[in-house]
Design a protein around this ligand. Sequence first.
Ligand SMILES: Cc1ncc(COP(=O)(O)O)c(C=O)c1O
Length: 475
Amino acid sequence: MGRPLPGASASEIGIDRGDREPIQQQIARQLRALVLSGRLKPQTRLCSTRALAEELGVARATVVDAYEQLASEGYLETRSGSGTRVAAELPESLLTAPARERPETAPPMRQAREPARPFRPGLVDWDHFPHEEWGRLLGRYWRNPPVALLEHNDPFGCLPLREAIASHLHEWRGIGCEAGQVIVTAGGLDAFDLIGRAVLEPGDKVWFEEPGYSTARRIFSMGGVHAVPIAVDDEGLSVAQGRTRAAAARAAFVTPARQYPTGVTMPLARRLELLDWAAAAGAIVIEDDYDSEYRYVGRPLPALMSLDERARVIYTGTFSKVFSPIVRLGYTVVPKSLVARFRAARLSHGAPPSLVAQPALAEFMRQGAFAIHIRRMRRIYAARRRALIEALSPGDGRLFHIDASPAGLVLLLRLPKGRSDAEAVELLARHGIAVQPLSGHYAGRGRRQGLLLSFAGFSEADLRKAARKMIEVLS
Ligand SMILES: Cc1ncc(COP(=O)(O)O)c(C=O)c1O
């Protein structure tokens, strides 16, 4: 049923609880349509989120999310003290586009809607993605590519994006790098491939976390390096064991913000120990910082690279987790002393990724929409993680132990002694539940057993349902 929206004459918002479209999206869609139709004029003040939430009978956070989404798309402006208003200047393309091209007439983009099985890895939320703004920016650069893009095909990628990444890393990860040190890649995996080509030789020994990200280990190994598994304890990669097993290694590959897959954060002392080893051994530390923006409690520790005064760290990041896995963009940041080597490696092998998505993403970051998106998703993912942990708690201690690091998009359940994770994975798959075995992330023996649940792409309701099913199946 429709409800009047105070502050907006003759406007109405209605929600349908039976609809598959999430309520926040329903609110955002209708508000957007009111703005586009001119019924909500520029600078019209909207009623408070609290009032609208009360009136619609929904959680206030739902309305806050809808307002924030529209603010990130440029439809609304929020000023502290004076509430939320319709933007004084609406995004240009919305006002000039012919009616049939207006975004609200296009069907919203949807992730493949065959129901994905929970907890399939790699999915992120799709319903809260700022589709309109992103589509608008992509459209703009497709139709009117800046001449500079066509003329200067820099193998390191498009300069505005490299600048935006440098500034993001400064703000979010404490890294003081220049755009000249940033190389845009087709995701983290492409960055690993490039690093291998630029600084490693066949036969070089490289420390890898055990358990660790097996795809990275595979990519580096394809270049002929010799992977040395080094145990992960409750402070991350054991530098002491690394020194014993291969003190003269050429590099170490680590995930210090949130060890993949155990979720352990490497504390400061261990970070310094690792950097000291690298400086003494003339080795390189490859820091894979794949999802550190999603930390739900406290402040994240700055990146390892931010502590590095001796130019030992090569940093990699990806837009797959914080933005979308299908944009296929990531980056690596290299010490100034290595820039020329990386340029030579990129020129001799490989090229920068899509020149349409790069400037669009640069603009998206520059105008602040990226930071808003991360903050909003952090709240949503935190709620999903909480809902999942709560729903799993009847099995905690009995069927598994919930190893809940307050970060990331994956939850680890450790299995009791004697229980095989491979068997549990198979059993759950027969009941429509897709989990990953922890043991699959080990290269050597002594594999611990556990289940990895990737929760980001599923609603709280779906997560609760899947958790109940898991408990039933494992019991
Ligand atoms: C631990 C870790 N590092 C890096 C990546 C990089 O992924 P992409 O190539 O999608 O950027 C991933 C992706 O799943 C990951 O899980």
